[in-house]
Design a protein around this ligand. Structure first.
Ligand SMILES: [Zn+2]
Ligand SMILES: [Zn+2]
Length: 147
């Protein structure tokens, strides 16, 4: 099922446009990433097609911090621990994504040791990619365990 909204609650200026962009594109569907501004005043890039997000590491932190304080901002989705472990295993089996900025293969790393959320990180430090679902689950995690 396609996600209906971005997990951190940002909106897009021009969803699903067919623009050709010289800028960074979505590593999942190659759609041009759009700059969005989160209610936390943090700006980052996001894909208007799949609602994935591209953060620098401070950006992700700021969005998580804000979301923890705004419990109505996003829906958590209650998952059992077993479901989380299963989901992480499924993600590990996927092909590597390429960095939207430098094109290098990204490394899937768990966000802290017990979150069971894999974040795709550029080895050259361009940023971090989170799928729609990954960001949603990471916000749920941060509410309980901190940022
Ligand atoms: Zn996308
Ligand atoms: Zn990179």
């Amino acid at each position: 099922m396609a996600p209906r909204r971005h997990p951190a609650g940002v909106s897009f200026k021009s969803p699903y446009r067919n623009a050709v962009s010289a800028g960074p594109c979505c590593p999942r569907d190659a759609h041009p990433l759009e700059p969005v501004e989160h209610p936390s005043k943090q700006s980052f890039l996001a894909c208007p097609a799949c609602f994935g997000s591209w953060f620098d590491s401070d950006g992700l932190k700021a969005v998580l911090k804000w979301s923890v304080g705004h419990t109505d901002a996003v829906s958590d989705g209650d998952e059992s621990p077993l479901a989380k472990v299963y989901e992480m295993g499924r993600q590990k089996g996927r092909a590597c994504l390429k960095c939207p900025e430098c094109g290098e293969e990204m490394i899937a790393e768990e966000h802290r040791r017990d979150s069971y959320v894999l974040v795709d990180i550029c080895p050259s430090g361009c940023g971090k990619w989170l799928d729609n679902d990954e960001l949603r689950r990471l916000i749920a995690y941060a509410r309980v365990y901190g940022v």
